[in-house]
Design a protein around this ligand. Structure first.
Ligand SMILES: CC(=O)N[C@H]1[C@@H](OP(=O)(O)OP(=O)(O)OC[C@H]2O[C@@H](n3ccc(=O)[nH]c3=O)[C@H](O)[C@@H]2O)O[C@H](CO)[C@@H](O)[C@@H]1O[C@H](C)C(=O)N[C@@H](C)C(=O)N[C@H](CCC(=O)O)C(=O)O
Ligand SMILES: Nc1ncnc2c1ncn2[C@@H]1O[C@H](COP(=O)(O)OP(=O)(O)OP(=O)(O)O)[C@@H](O)[C@H]1O
Ligand SMILES: N[C@H](CCC[C@H](N)C(=O)O)C(=O)O
Ligand SMILES: [Mg+2]
Length: 487
């Protein structure tokens, strides 16, 4: 039980009707979850307006309503709190309700278009290897030290984040690494969290269905750094066009990392192959099992963050060389007969380009590079033709297929992708709507030494059609098919 007055500490309140001395069991922003003695926070969302569910919440037992506009009729015995922004209020209330758990551990946020899961998961691995208790909030999984929880969003809502941070406090977690998505920042899911550090990976096109323009998307990401305190540090990819811009107004201490420009943390790629990368980081050579230039940036961001968190340099490099790739991120498999398979989560034009370029650099002979790719439904449509063009340019064969069509017609999505394919590449492309059939075709086309890249779904183990998720695991399916074909 918590008293409403304490939960409202530091929430900018416009007006209150009723008493704030009431005891509360819990807080909810979904009326369907409310029960007796709870507070309901009404949120104006993208699909619905929580204000329309205030009565429903009260009939479920809500005793406190936090809203932006009072309903025309107020129910007796209920406390109404009016605030300017209920998402902001929810974040502050969530932190208060769970006793400000972010200030009891070192919380590090990772933002950027690509690389967030990779960097945060590797930092989790590194600090675990050092013997600490560690937390992780990522697209793939949430970990409270060794205990694992499933997740649907990259950055959960503020109540969920604070609930997990509280669990981390209870088991003595010292460091927590979390992904901070642009939706998360825009919807104040991370507001009020006491970040010790912020990492910027890179910025390229994504989510233009949600943000009105690239500039707006960029500025939402920047807001995360603007909100860091002067006791925190921020580290940025100095080679990215927007790297310096991100830190322009932060109060935190700032550092840079990069390959091309002189800065605090520098990496040189000495060798790369399917077995890994040989790097020189700030003058020291290190081998890693990671593939791809983009992973040199990810590893450097990990090294720099660990260094700034006080990890001894040689120990840092030693563990860096032992880190294991993250599920569905350039996951490499080689079949009995020597066909290479890469399952990767590239779902943006930039990620797809990086992955294909890297794979082309590693290709030593005249092997074919067969790409299977699609684009998600109900997401940024403008990235579709861009991904079509890139896949056509950089592969020997491409099979366009479905990737979580959600409420859209999968044929229509594939046609949008195909619009971007350049005339000289059209002959390389096939259009196979069933993802399983597309992977099967790639397997039947592939010969010894060829590379099949299956992009877009990475770790996902489902295909989402009209709100229903059916089992679908790219890696499992491709392995089974190759075995069936004796390949
Ligand atoms: C566009 C978006 O971000 N939507 C997320 C958001 O929904 P929303 O706040 O807009 O809510 P809404 O559905 O419009 O409903 C408004 C309010 O009415 C309430 N309601 C609704 C019905 C009812 O009967 N009673 C009731 O109280 C809802 O609980 C909500 O509070 O908040 C919800 C609760 O936290 C999320 O589940 C939902 O994620 C949807 C499923 C989603 O797909 N989100 C994706 C796009 C997303 O957030 N992705 C990012 C980025 C990933 C990346 O960078 O790769 C992520 O961080 O995962
Ligand atoms: N530093 C990087 N620069 C560019 N592309 C990258 C980088 N790191 C990873 N990628 C590519 O982006 C894909 C997604 O990587 P990752 O899951 O780490 O990113 P993310 O930012 O967490 O994505 P999401 O926004 O979906 O959570 C990878 O599978 C790879 O293709
Ligand atoms: N977190 C990203 C992932 C997209 C992955 C792709 N498989 C898709 O479903 O579009 C999003 O929600 O936009
Ligand atoms: Mg992620």
């Amino acid at each position: 039980m918590k008293v409403l007055k304490d939960i409202l500490y530091k929430v900018p309140i416009e007006s209150v009707k009723g008493s704030t001395a009431v005891d509360l069991k819990s807080i909810h922003f979904d009326s369907r979850l409310v029960s007796r003695q709870d507070a309901f926070v009404a949120i104006r969302g993208t699909a619905a307006d929580g204000h329309l569910y205030i009565d429903a919440a009260i009939s479920q037992g809500a005793e406190v309503i936090v809203c932006e506009k009072f309903p025309s009729e107020l129910a007796p015995g209920i406390t109404y709190v009016q605030v300017k922004d209920t998402r902001e209020a929810l974040a502050i209330m969530a932190s208060n309700y769970y006793d400000r758990p972010s200030s009891n551990l070192k919380l590090v946020g990772v933002t950027g278009t690509n690389g967030k899961t990779t960097v945060s998961s590797l930092l989790y691995q590194l600090f675990k290897a050092l013997g600490y208790k560690v937390g992780l909030i990522s697209t793939v999984t949430i970990k409270v030290d060794e205990k694992e929880f499933s997740t649907k969003l990259t950055t959960p809502d503020s109540l969920t984040i604070n609930a997990y941070l509280k669990m981390m406090n209870e088991v003595g977690v010292e460091f927590c690494f979390m992904e901070v998505s642009s939706h998360g920042i825009a919807q104040h899911r991370t507001l009020g969290l006491d970040f010790k550090a912020g990492i910027f990976t890179n910025l390229s096109q994504d989510h233009l269905d949600y943000h009105n323009s690239f500039a707006e998307y960029r500025d939402v990401k920047k807001r995360f750094f603007d909100q860091l305190s002067k006791d925190a540090f921020a580290i940025t990819n100095i080679d990215d066009k927007n790297g310096r811009y991100m830190l322009q107004n932060t109060k935190s201490k700032t550092y840079g990392y990069g390959v091309k420009n002189l800065t605090d943390y520098k990496v040189k790629i000495l060798e790369e192959s399917f077995s890994g990368l040989k790097l020189n980081i700030n003058g020291n050579e290190v081998w890693s099992r990671f593939i791809g230039d983009f992973n040199a940036y990810n590893l450097l961001a990990v090294y720099a963050t660990a260094d700034l968190l006080g990890v001894e340099k040689l120990e840092n490099l030693k563990i860096l060389s032992q880190l294991k790739p993250v599920e569905g991120r350039y996951q490499h498999h080689i079949s009995e007969t020597g066909i290479h398979v890469i399952v990767d989560y590239a779902h943006t034009p930039d990620a797809l380009k990086n992955v294909l370029q890297t794979t082309n650099e590693i290709r030593t002979r005249n092997e074919e590079l067969i790409t299977v790719v699609g684009c998600g439904g109900d997401r940024d449509k403008t990235k579709r033709p861009l991904m079509g063009k890139i896949a056509g340019n950089l592969s020997s064969k491409v099979i366009f297929t479905s990737d979580n069509p959600r409420t859209e017609d999968p044929e229509e999505i594939i046609r949008d992708i195909e619009k971007g394919v350049e005339p000289q590449d059209v002959f390389k492309t096939l259009h196979i709507t069933s993802r399983k059939q597309a992977i099967k075709t790639a397997c039947s086309l592939a010969q010894k030494g060829d590379i099949i890249l299956i992009a877009g779904k990475g770790h996902e183990t489902y295909q989402e059609v009209h709100g229903v998720r059916s089992d679908f695991d790219d890696l499992k399916i491709v392995k089974d098919l190759l075995a069936q074909f004796n390949k």
